[in-house]
Design a protein around this ligand. Structure first.
Ligand code: G6P
Length: 439
């Protein structure tokens, strides 16, 4: 790594989330001296890149840190000599997410950004693009770590591990940090006093044990979660509370995304109601983004506006910056990330991506072995892993039958016939972003 400080390239730099990242980098500037941050986007994102890039420059100037912000559409130039590459792109922008959420609803199936049919199609659109980026990294900055926030982050990490020559990849999500913050809030203590043994997959992670100051308080936390007002969620997921006796029986902490699996019919009802009234989550987010970009344009704004916290990605900059900081400085602390299993979870393939606590070193995350997942949750995690693997294969090959297979084995899809109907409609709807299926 460069002696004069780091070079970071952020692909999808025009994202409304960029101020989160900038805030995190500014806060940690002393330990993480970033010399150059390259925000990269594509032609369609140029306007957003300019607006958010100018805000980033004002934030850095206000903070008085000597971090250069470069804005570019030239990805190769941004990648040259980078130490870390972060990806936060959305192929097809929010309009594609709206389709992912709306089409399944017509068939009585959950329409969600990263789960069920929506997650599958987001993966089919995204994986080829990330694989292309990974190959460019291998060519232009082979020592750089790819820190991927792009959803579906688990499936994307799986695809890079399985199909790319660049293996230095870590998938990152804000769900674990959100759970930790949520539990700390319920208990009325500082989040730094709470530790959780995380294990599972991205958006399918469980908290196996919870500790306060190193003392196991799992039973107390489970008891707290039986109170509906205490339920931990995120801005993008309706919080319906949990059936108290179910939580007691489960004996581990579910993540907010588990609601789609354990509360499917209620969540579907909520989604249908929202689609008829305020709009699906992507429609709500589209409006939020427009409002955010209006704010970002204000030449007097030089901090991250609090309105950004209405997005589901809260704390994501903390997760990202702590990870990069610990890797760069070889801290050896424990953080939950998506990485190659290497036997950490016995019942998941050795070479598959898992989301699990890792020791974070300069040489990457070292997964901490948990033994195995408890029997009641093991099967669902394995099923989702099978789904992710088949989905990644479909994304790479563009094979119709593989895509159909992925759709049908997803636990949120009720039958082969419905799976086929959804696949056919979604392939057509997303045609422009799925060239591999229309050769
Ligand atoms: C959560 C997830 C992220 C996801 C976000 C969506 O935070 O962990 O992976 O991107 O929600 O939030 P949004 O505001 O776009 O609905």
């Amino acid at each position: 790594m460069s002696k004069q400080g780091l070079k970071i390239a952020t692909i999808g730099g025009g994202s409304s989330y960029t101020p989160e990242l900038i805030e995190g980098f500014i806060k940690r500037y002393n330990e993480l001296p970033i010399r150059e941050l390259w925000l990269v986007d594509i032609k369609e994102g140029e306007h957003k890149l300019q607006v958010v890039g100018e805000l980033a420059k004002r934030m850095v100037q206000k903070a008085g840190v000597p971090m250069e912000i470069h804005l570019t559409l030239d990805r190769r130039k941004a990648l040259e000599g980078a130490d870390f590459v972060t990806t936060q792109l959305r192929v097809g922008l929010l309009d594609a997410r709206i389709k992912d959420e709306k089409i399944p609803l017509k068939y009585g199936v959950i329409g969600q950004e990263t789960n069920g049919p929506g997650g599958l199609f987001k993966g089919l659109r995204t994986i080829p693009v990330i694989l292309e980026i990974a190959e460019e990294i291998q060519e232009l900055c082979p020592d750089a770590w790819l820190i991927n926030f792009t959803n579906p982050a688990g499936m994307v990490t799986e695809a890079v591990l399985r199909y790319s020559s660049h293996q230095k990849v870590v998938g990152l999500c804000n769900v674990p940090i959100g759970m930790r913050m949520g539990i700390a809030k319920i208990l009325g203590v500082e989040a730094s006093r709470i530790q959780i043994d995380f294990a599972g997959l991205n958006h399918m992670v469980y908290g196996l044990r919870v500790y306060k100051d190193g003392v196991d308080i799992t039973d107390q936390v489970l008891e707290e979660l039986t109170n509906p007002t205490n339920s931990v969620s995120m801005k993008n997921i309706v919080n319906l509370g949990w059936e108290p006796d179910f939580i007691k029986a489960l004996k581990v902490l579910p993540c907010p995304y588990h609601r789609y699996y354990y509360q499917t019919s209620k969540m579907l009802e909520e989604e249908l109601k929202a689609a008829e009234s305020v709009g699906t989550r992507a429609e709500v987010v589209k409006q939020l983004e427009e409002d955010l970009f209006e704010l970002y344009k204000d030449p007097h704004l030089n901090i991250k506006p609090p309105q950004l916290e209405k997005r589901g990605g809260a704390y994501y900059s903390d997760a990202a910056c702590s990870l990069i900081h610990s890797m760069y400085n070889n801290i050896g602390d424990i953080q939950p990330v998506n990485t190659k299993n290497l036997g950490a979870i016995a019942s998941i393939p050795y070479d598959s991506a898992v989301e699990v606590n890792c020791v974070i070193t300069k040489d990457g995350p070292k997964p901490i072995a948990i033994g195995d997942l408890p029997v009641p949750v093991r099967g669902l995690v394995q099923q989702i892993k099978s789904f992710e693997r088949v989905a990644a294969e479909a994304a790479v090959t563009g094979d119709y039958h593989t895509a159909l297979l992925a759709m049908t084995i997803n636990p949120l899809v009720p039958s082969d016939t419905i799976a086929k109907q959804i696949v056919d409609e979604m392939l057509e709807a997303h045609k422009d972003y799925l060239p591999q299926f229309f050769k």
